[in-house]
Ligand binder design. Structure first.
Ligand SMILES: Nc1ncnc2c1ncn2[C@@H]1O[C@H](COP(=O)(O)OP(=O)(O)OP(=O)(O)O)[C@@H](O)[C@H]1O
Length: 500
């Protein structure tokens, strides 16, 4: 029987596309009733009705069809739905492409779950106290200017679409269980008041005037984000993407930032779990290339550093250097104490010099960091510009960027030590060693780290007075040394616990 009804229905629908009716009659209704089901009073009744595309202006004839649960009225010319007050069993209401200017201008049904009012002329969202059963509300392409507090009563709302309105501020959605929020093609300038929407999975903010991505952090379930056609300019905004662990699909096209040549690589490196970027599937090899390009491994950075400094040196007139002359088989030794800040490398160096006089001399590095109050002259302090000039004139053997500053060791400081008949000794970090091991020096490497992290922390905070950010970075860098030791313990000659 169900088959008979649906065959008849589809035939009728085809016919009605060519002959839209303006006047709704009982016959039209009964011809289009569908889906037999048991009513509350145990009677077999039709519960679905599709009156789409009939150019209707009046649906008064529907009063009395109290059993209807699904009502489809798309593509008509309706200005009011007040007759639906008698349809207390309505669960699903579909009225897109009509001329309604009031949302729900009928008494609330007992259990309305979904309503589609896309492409009407609604100007506002009323207070929806009696619509707490709604789970999906579609209000696309209306004239709504504000997300009023009226929605806050819809405590089961998981899907809200307000695409194509005139909304300027995202507001009044606090604590709703929304999983899908569509706000494309509005006038929104900033991502605001989304913090409490912790269940959000899909967010569409495309075609707005948003300049920043801040406001998105903390959305641990967000899998799809559309930010295309906005005003995002700076690549620094991408940092937020790293805080969205489940993001799989991102659209960013047609933002000013897309003109940056690093755009795609940066996004892939910041959010490696992304599967779709700007509608295109990302391959694993593409992501690996991006990560290696943007966040190269320390070894690769060091090889690059060695290469760049060698080229700059080779571009200068050839020099016989005291540290390289003599017996080519007898490599010039260089003793290095390495470890993160606060490892007390320098006091150890001073002791070694004291206990083995006439043997070692400290090799001073250049640095762009500023001099600390009462600091002994352990570095040559330079501006960034001077540092770059030194490097480009081939004067530096090795450089490294640490804690936001540049450090570099010069040929001149080593050559002077060699000329004086001493061997160089220096305090450095791992990056320097990875680069220096590619030179002609015979390195002797002593790792110095306080084993007890609490002793290390106290030293950084109270003795060195470093700020929390640097303390944190330094403590994280401890693992770098432990990891290298585990993987390649032969790299180091000695390991000392300086946590005493
Ligand atoms: N040319 C270099 N290459 C790599 N690391 C370097 C170089 N010169 C110095 N370093 C290391 O850079 C880190 C940052 O130096 P900073 O001047 O901020 O502290 P510091 O007072 O030298 O610290 P510490 O006394 O622990 O060595 C230190 O661990 C230092 O040993």
């Amino acid at each position: 029987m169900a088959e008979d009804v649906s065959t008849y229905d589809s035939k009728f629908r085809r016919k009605s596309m060519y002959y839209p009716v303006k006047e709704l009659t009982r016959k039209t209704i009964e011809d289009r009733l569908d889906f037999l089901s048991l009513s509350v009073s145990n009677k077999l009744v039709f519960v679905e009705l599709d009156l789409s595309g009939l150019k209707l202006t009046n649906i008064d004839a529907l009063a009395g069809y109290v059993h209807l649960q699904v009502l489809k009225l798309a593509h008509n010319s309706l200005t009011s739905l007040s007759v639906l007050s008698s349809l207390t069993n309505l669960i699903y209401l579909d009225v897109p492409h009509n001329r309604n200017h009031k949302l729900f201008d009928f008494s609330p049904p007992n259990n309305l779950r979904e309503a589609n009012y896309n492409h009407n002329v609604l100007a506002a969202i009323p207070v929806l106290t009696s619509y707490f059963t709604l789970t999906k509300l579609q209000l696309e392409y209306n004239n709504i200017r504000k997300i009023s507090y009226g929605l806050l009563y819809c405590k089961q709302l998981t899907y809200l679409s307000l695409t194509g309105n005139n909304i300027r501020i995202i507001d009044n959605l606090q604590n709703l269980p929304l999983r899908v929020l569509l706000l494309a093609a509005n006038d929104i300038q900033a991502i605001s008041n989304l913090e409490t929407l912790v269940h959000l999975e899909v967010l569409d903010l495309s075609r707005n005037a948003i300049k920043k991505l801040s406001g998105l952090q903390g959305h641990y379930y967000l899998t799809s984000l559309d930010m295309s056609e906005n005003q995002i300019k700076s690549i620094s905004e991408f940092q937020v993407l790293g805080k969205l662990p489940t993001l799989r699909s991102l659209s960013m096209q047609e933002n000013p930032v897309c003109e940056n040549t690093l755009y795609r690589n940066l996004i892939m490196a910041t959010q490696p779990s992304l599967l779709l970027l700007d509608g295109r599937r990302l391959s694993v090899s593409e992501k690996v290339k991006a990560i290696t390009y943007i966040l190269p491994q320390r070894d690769i950075v060091s090889v690059r550093d060695r290469f760049v400094n060698s080229v700059y040196t080779f571009l200068q007139p050839l020099k016989i250097r005291p540290s390289t002359s003599g017996d080519r088989l007898l490599q010039y030794p260089f003793l290095i104490l390495l470890g993160p800040l606060g490892s007390f490398k320098v006091p150890l160096i001073n002791r070694l010099i004291e206990e083995f006089p006439g043997f070692w001399k400290k090799a001073k590095s250049y640095t762009t960091r500023s001099v600390r109050p009462n600091e002994a002259k352990g570095y040559h302090f330079t501006t960034l510009r001077q540092f770059e000039q030194l490097q480009q004139s081939g004067e530096l053997i090795q450089t490294a960027q640490l804690y936001g500053q540049h450090y570099g060791l010069s040929w001149e400081s080593i050559d002077q030590i060699a000329k004086d008949g001493y061997y160089p000794i220096a305090a450095m970090e791992l990056e320097a060693i990875l680069s220096l091991q590619l030179t002609h020096f015979r390195l002797y490497l002593i790792v110095a780290i306080p084993h007890d992290i609490n002793i290390h922390r106290t030293r950084l905070e109270t003795v060195l007075g470093l700020n929390e950010e640097i303390v944190q970075e330094t403590l994280e860098r401890r693992n770098l040394y432990f990891d290298y030791y585990n993987v390649d313990s032969g790299l180091f000659d000695m390991y000392i616990n300086t946590g005493y």
